[in-house]
Design a protein around this ligand. Structure first.
Ligand code: PBG
Length: 323
């Protein structure tokens, strides 16, 4: 039956009707807030390239976690600042580095929040690459042991999820074996499975001081033209033991999230990255878009594309707006 018997506007007349037939929900519990922690800070420091985002002193980690828990967020994702950088990423494996210290404080302060820790070497190496540098460039296999030790370090400090973002081949399996070898069977792996070599990471690299000193990340992060390859990456990470697989960035890769959703019956995460955040913030600051409406619409789109959870710097604001 078509028009005039069928009128799709009938169910759009009131918010009550729209709410009854809405297909996709967005809730604070679906959101994960990325957090930058720095042992060298005494007070929070603003990140110039990300209005509203701050780097937190380790001593303030408990307070931040309590706020996230109170807002009803599902979790936080931690990034640490190295005290000293070196070719073999000394602070990635140090038990008293920013991330493990912050994890211990957060676990005590906000026991019902899921704690995830980003596992990568780029913020800890002096060259700024995500793996170990050798004569052949970023060397895959020598990087695996170091990444696995980093993951064990964070798991021991209380991470519920370790989140490898380095894009080395085989790292999920190496991390799973290392965790199990230490009896850390309950620590889940949230793998950045399909992570693209994207221009949208620019503001983050300023926040983390993690831009590569020479070259780029195209030799390990994915080519933006590829979606079939993303499905291979995801399939391999699942075979190696990933519990949740992530697509990153989010807005420019909604088709990848959708394709992953259709192929795999596993939890899928979307990472709405720093450049997505800062672009909306900048437009809102100029009065060119309605920040609240644009942010909630974007996050809903990621859920609609098939993401179960969304990592976003807007998490606290969005939770407040969702009320
Ligand atoms: C570390 C890492 C990056 C991001 C998350 N983990 C930077 C990169 O790969 O260059 C980007 C996050 C963002 O832009 O918000 N490898």
């Amino acid at each position: 039956m078509g028009f005039p018997e069928t009128r799709l506007r009938r169910l759009r007349r009131t918010e009550a009707l729209r709410s009854l037939v809405r297909e996709t929900a967005l809730e604070p519990g679906d959101l994960v807030l990325p957090l930058f922690v720095d042992a060298g800070l005494e007070a929070p420091a603003p990140v110039e390239s990300m209005p509203g985002v701050r780097r937190h002193p380790v001593t303030g980690a408990g307070e931040v976690a309590r706020a996230a828990q109170k807002a009803g967020l599902g979790g936080v994702l931690l990034f640490g600042q190295a005290r000293a950088k070196g070719p073999d990423a000394p602070d990635a494996v140090a038990e008293d580095a920013a991330v493990p210290e912050a994890l211990r404080r957060m676990k005590d302060a906000a026991p019902s929040l899921a704690l995830a820790a980003d596992v990568c070497l780029c913020a800890y190496t002096d060259h700024g690459h995500c793996g170990v540098l050798g004569p052949q460039g970023v060397e895959n296999d020598p990087s695996l042991a170091l990444l696995a030790r980093t993951a064990v370090n964070y798991a021991k400090a209380g991470a519920d999820l370790v989140a490898p973002s380095d894009m080395m081949d085989g790292r999920v399996g190496a991390i799973r074996r290392a965790l199990d070898g230490e009896g850390l069977h309950d620590t889940a792996i949230l793998s950045y499975a399909a992570k693209y070599a994207s221009a949208f990471y620019g503001p983050f690299r300023e926040a983390q001081a993690s831009a590569p000193r020479a070259g780029d990340r195209k030799g390990y992060q994915m080519d933006p033209g590829n979606v079939r390859e993303a499905l291979r990456e995801i399939g391999l990470d699942l075979d190696e033991g990933a519990d949740v697989v992530m697509v990153k960035p989010a807005l420019a890769y909604l088709d990848v999230i959708r394709a992953a959703r259709e192929r795999f019956d596993v939890p899928i995460a979307a990472y709405s990255v720093s450049g997505e955040y800062s672009a909306l913030k900048a437009a809102a600051e100029r009065g060119w878009i309605d920040e609240r409406a644009a942010v909630l619409e974007s996050l809903l789109a990621m859920r609609r594309a098939g993401a179960d959870l969304v990592v976003t710097y807007h998490a606290l604001d969005a939770a407040r707006w969702l009320g």
